[in-house]
Design a binder for this molecule. Structure first.
Ligand SMILES: *[C@@H]1O[C@H](CO)[C@@H](O)[C@H](O)[C@H]1NC(C)=O
Ligand SMILES: *[C@@H]1O[C@H](CO)[C@@H](O)[C@H](O)[C@H]1NC(C)=O
Ligand SMILES: *[C@@H]1O[C@H](CO)[C@@H](O)[C@H](O)[C@H]1NC(C)=O
Ligand SMILES: *[C@@H]1O[C@H](CO)[C@@H](O)[C@H](O)[C@H]1NC(C)=O
Ligand SMILES: *[C@@H]1O[C@H](CO)[C@@H](O)[C@H](O)[C@H]1NC(C)=O
Ligand SMILES: *[C@@H]1O[C@H](CO)[C@@H](O)[C@H](O)[C@H]1NC(C)=O
Ligand SMILES: *[C@@H]1O[C@H](CO)[C@@H](O)[C@H](O)[C@H]1NC(C)=O
Ligand SMILES: *[C@@H]1O[C@H](CO)[C@@H](O)[C@H](O)[C@H]1NC(C)=O
Ligand SMILES: *[C@@H]1O[C@H](CO)[C@@H](O)[C@H](O)[C@H]1NC(C)=O
Length: 896
């Protein structure tokens, strides 16, 4: 039989013995080696490779072992899995190498291309990253089926594919790697002209942005046309499309298409009158609408507008209709035929009632009308086959309690968020397949019924009862395979109920839970997100908290009554991303094991009693973006960074309301890279897809809760500490900064003009310090600045006028007796406007022979009693002068 193998395969077999120098488990396959390995992967399991002769053997990734294949079998390639030979000639006519774990390039000179008799070739589901689709594919003139999908080919789709005139099916789909492949009009035209036998064309994910869709649509033999995510844009020439009378499957989803669907009066055999025809196409010839075969129509994720036209409702074979995520308006009509199984009209702007006829469609299995503007009462007791239902986010009132218990056996996904449901739907008792139930944002009240909690549903994996009015305590959660449980925003009481160990996401925030954190929490070894925030949980943190689940990414315990040390030990290699303990009564120092949280992005410890120095050892955490230490007992100076690029990603830094002292950390200001250039073209939020971090930021003078943190939101709040010294001019590097608050410290010197470089600044608070000199003129150029507070300082001269400064009022400046000009009532005399002879900080030191640094450092860092009190006694007269010069603020600070 070996003679019946094609020469190419045998040659390859021989030619590649140099690979036999053992065992590259992921060796780079080039050219013809592909065939060898591929075939072997098929013979064994994936990730196993067979070495060609003379060292014939199979190498698997985990264990290397030889398995001798009999010579006979090894030689007769027609017996290899995936190879089909023509019986008489022995030519290889079929090669199926799909999902064979192949990697590498397919060059033009690959011996693959000498298999000239191939009729069917599949290389799909491999990894040929970097390989173009060789124009040599055009040499397989006998090919009827070519499948190169999901194999990471890239570059142009060659026009030589148009030589494959017998081709019936061409699949270049790659929507998992969109736009790797590109198709130009030139190639497309040639392909359309020559491949007259083509019936299936799948180009999902190819970049067709430069192609006008017309040429496609002249292809009356097509049965399957799929151009999902192809960047087609603009209007579809419907007149041509509707002529594809063999079409069974049409997918134009995700393509930026716009405009209205044509309003043709249709019936599979009705001619469109030319006047109607003209309304959507300028060409004079009348079109005939013939989509009588169409079973699947997917136009989702485009920008279609207008009403869903009547011809859609009268396609006689239609089984699946996906029009979601468009801007369709109008109402939903009756479907003329009963063939429909899947109907997805979600995320549009449809209004009115859901026609009862939909609930009478006998085959309907999927119904998604979520996120429209539908209204009315929905009372359904039919839909025997319904498995998946989404009706959330409309203005519907859903009544589920009229039922006959056998009707609901198939229900698998039930998403009825915000459907005005006030009673637990009893039908769920009879839904043995239920996997996912979302009844969030309804009016469920009272206790969760025992029949619901008793029902052992091992199928249930997602349960969302958030935002209802549930009360009482839940003692058991019986669903053994539950993965997501959301009980947020109810009125649940008692202890924290412990979900089964299968749980991945558990939120019971915003309830009234009490008691301690149960030690059994430590049994949730797979949990990724644990949110118990905003309850009344008390007692100490269990010590397992840092290391009970290797997958824990979010731990949110904010706003409870937890006390004691943060005794948690965070293991090396943990994946914690958010740790939020804000608003408890935790004390003691920070646990040093936080160093091990190399994935940490958000650390919020605000509003506790933590007593520690500034944790500069956190600066090595490469992902840390939000650090909130607000309102604790942090103290001491902020020492210099210990690394070259400290806090590389820091964007929100709130150290306010502590006892930090010493100079502002100039060295940090020189190096906080992300404050300097956060790019923010797109509106993105942290954790957008799995958990939205919430932080409270003092913003524009009031505390705001940010439920989502924009990824380019950057603020610094060091207010209400005892920082002293000058504002470092380096602050002007923070180009992305939106808010800066240094108020209520002992800052001296003048406002550095470099603050005028902070072009994104929206609020600036330097109030209640001891700043001197004039307000830099260039602050008037900060066009985003909406809030300015410079009050209670010792600023002098005329207030800058014009631009932003016209919008600020008196409050921004009060307590600076040397300021004049609008909006203050005090007008500027010539002398006041240019106060050249004012004793600034330096002058004053000379005049008084008095060293500010020492007094303020002594005070700020807690040495006030031993050091500056002595000084005060010693030089009372000088104190009077200081007080005169620097105002009440200082006096009260020094004497309190
Ligand atoms: C095939 O072509 C590639 C790149 O063009 C080249 O590196 C390789 O040596 C060629 N192989 C053979 C066997 O000619
Ligand atoms: C798509 O192709 C066009 C040129 O045809 C190119 O300008 C564009 O960048 C490509 N888009 C993507 C996302 O690769
Ligand atoms: C469609 O095909 C016909 C002949 O098959 C040709 O005359 C016509 O120009 C083609 N239309 C387009 C838009 O390519
Ligand atoms: C379509 O037309 C045929 C004959 O012209 C007719 O029998 C059929 O009922 C029509 N269908 C619809 C939905 O109007
Ligand atoms: C929703 O529909 C009602 C009529 O049913 C209409 O008054 C209202 O403007 C619509 N709302 C939106 C956002 O389209
Ligand atoms: C539960 O539903 C609410 C509102 O519909 C949603 O915001 C939340 O993300 C859901 N919870 C989970 C865990 O999916
Ligand atoms: C905390 O939960 C209570 C209900 O227990 C709710 O009223 C309040 O708005 C919640 N606070 C926050 C900040 O979510
Ligand atoms: C953890 O689970 C095991 C087995 O289910 C159980 O024996 C143990 O008591 C649990 N531990 C706690 C603290 O609940
Ligand atoms: C902070 O801790 C130190 C000892 O570590 C202690 O002397 C000091 O009193 C504590 N401060 C506060 C405010 O608890």
């Amino acid at each position: 039989m070996s003679s019946s193998c094609s020469a190419a395969l045998v040659n390859m077999y021989a030619a590649h013995h140099h690979h036999s120098t053992l065992p590259h488990l992921r060796f780079h396959i080039s050219n013809s080696a592909i065939l060898m390995t591929a075939l072997l992967c098929f013979n064994s399991r994936t990730h196993c490779f067979l070495m060609p002769p003379p060292v014939l053997g199979i190498y698997c990734c985990t264990s290397v072992y030889f398995k001798t294949i009999s010579k006979e079998k090894g030689k007769d390639c027609c017996k290899w899995i995936g190879v089909t030979c023509e019986r008489v000639t022995g030519h290889v006519v079929g090669l199926d190498l799909s999902c064979s774990g192949l990697q590498g390039n397919i060059h033009h000179n690959s011996s693959l291309f000498s298999l000239s008799h191939l009729q069917r070739l599949s290389l799909s589901c491999n990894d040929f990253t970097g390989s173009p689709v060789s124009s040599n594919f055009g040499r397989f003139v006998s090919l009827t089926h070519l499948d190169l999908s999901f194999s990471n080919f890239s570059g142009h789709i060659p026009s030589e594919l148009s030589h494959l005139s017998r081709l019936v099916s061409l699949n270049l789909s790659a929507y998992d790697k969109p736009y790797y492949l590109r198709l130009e009009t030139f190639s497309l035209k040639r392909i359309v002209q020559n491949l007259t036998n083509l019936r299936e064309l799948v180009l999902d994910g190819a970049n067709m942005s430069s192609v006008l869709p017309d040429p496609f649509l002249n292809w009356t033999s097509l049965t399957h046309l799929s151009l999902r995510d192809c960047r087609l844009h603009g209007q579809i020439p419907w007149s041509l499309l509707l002529k594809l009378d063999q079409l069974v499957w049409l997918d134009l989803s995700g393509d930026n298409l716009v405009g209205q669907l044509p309003k043709v009066h249709s019936n599979s055999t009705t001619k469109i009158s030319s006047s109607l025809y003209d309304s959507f196409n300028k060409k004079p010839e009348p079109a005939v609408l013939m989509l009588s075969q169409l079973q699947q129509l997917d136009l989702s994720y485009n920008s279609f507008t207008g009403a869903i036209p009547s011809w859609i409702y009268s396609l006689p074979s239609l089984a699946s209709l996906y029009l979601s995520n468009n801007r369709f308006t109008g109402t939903i009509s009756k479907f003329q035929y009963t063939s429909l199984t899947d109907l997805d009209l979600s995320y549009n702007k449809l209004h009115g009632q859901i026609p009862i006829s939909i609930f009478e469609l006998p085959n309907l299995s999927l119904l998604s009308l979520e996120a429209n503007n539908l209204s009315g009462v929905v009372e359904f007791d039919k839909l025997q086959r319904l498995k998946y239902i989404w009706l959330a986010y409309n203005h519907l009132s859903v009544r589920l309690n009229n039922f006959s218990n056998s009707s609901w056996l198939n229900l698998t996904i039930v998403h009825l968020s915000s459907c005005n449901i006030s009673e637990f739907p009893y039908i769920l008792r009879y839904s043995p397949q239920l996997e996912s139930l979302d009844l969030s944002y309804n009016q469920l009240q009272g206790k969760v019924p025992t029949w619901f909690l008793d029902g052992r549903k091992d199928t249930l994996s997602y349960l969302n009862l958030s935002h209802n009015f549930l009360t009482g305590n839940i003692e058991q959660l019986p669903w053994r395979n539950l993965k997501n449980l959301d009980l947020e925003s109810n009125f649940l009481q008692g202890q924290v109920p412990i979900p089964p160990p299968s749980i991945l996401v558990f939120s019971i925030s915003n309830n009234q839970l009490t008691g301690r954190l149960p030690p059994s929490l430590c049994n949730l070894t797979s949990i990724q997100i644990l949110d118990l925030s905003n309850n009344s949980l008390s007692g100490k943190l269990p010590s397992c908290l840092g290391n009970f689940s290797d997958s824990l990414s979010v731990l949110d315990l904010r706003k409870n009554k937890l006390v004691g040390l943060i005794a948690a030990t965070f293991k090396k290699g943990n994946v914690l991303r958010t740790l939020d303990l804000n608003g408890n009564q935790l004390d003691g120092p920070l646990p040093q094991s936080l160093r091990n949280c190399s994935n940490l992005e958000v650390l919020d410890l605000g509003n506790n009693y933590i007593n520690d120095t500034f944790p500069n050892w956190l600066e090595t955490l490469p992902m840390l973006q939000v650090l909130i230490l607000r309102s604790n007992s942090f103290h001491g100076p902020i020492r210099s960074p210990i690394t070259r690029f400290p806090f590389q990603k820091m964007r929100i830094m709130d150290l306010s309301h502590n006892h930090f002292c010493g100079p502002l950390p100039k060295k940090y200001f020189e190096n906080l890279l992300s404050m300097m250039n956060v790019q923010g073209d797109e509106l993105k939020y942290m954790g957008e897809y799995y958990y939205q971090d919430t932080v409270v930021v003092a913003m524009k003078g009031s505390q705001l809760q940010l439920v989502k943190i924009q990824t380019f939101f950057t603020t610094i709040d060091f207010s209400n500490n005892a920082f002293r010294g000058k504002i470092p001019k380096e602050i002007g590097k923070f180009k992305s900064l939106k808010g800066l608050n240094f108020s209520h410290n002992y800052l001296t010197g003048s406002i550095p003009p470099s603050i005028g470089n902070l072009t994104n600044l929206e609020w600036l608070d330097l109030s209640s310090n001891m700043l001197v000199g004039e307000i830099p003129r260039n602050l008037a150029d900060l066009t985003e600045l909406g809030t300015l507070n410079l009050s209670e300082n010792r600023l002098v001269g005329s207030i800058p006028q014009g631009k932003q400064f016209n919008t600020f009022e008196n409050d921004s400046y009060i307590g600076n007796f040397g300021l004049c000009g609008y909006p203050l009532s005090k007008t500027c005399t010539t002398e006041e406007a240019h106060p050249s002879s004012f004793q600034g900080e330096d002058d004053l030191e000379q005049v008084n022979g008095f060293d500010w640094e020492i007094v303020l450092m002594g005070f700020g860092c807690g040495m006030v009693i031993g050091f500056s009190m002595g000084y005060l006694v010693f030089s009372n007269r000088k104190l009077d002068r200081i007080v005169k010069n620097f105002g009440r603020e200082l006096r009260s600070k020094l004497l309190k």
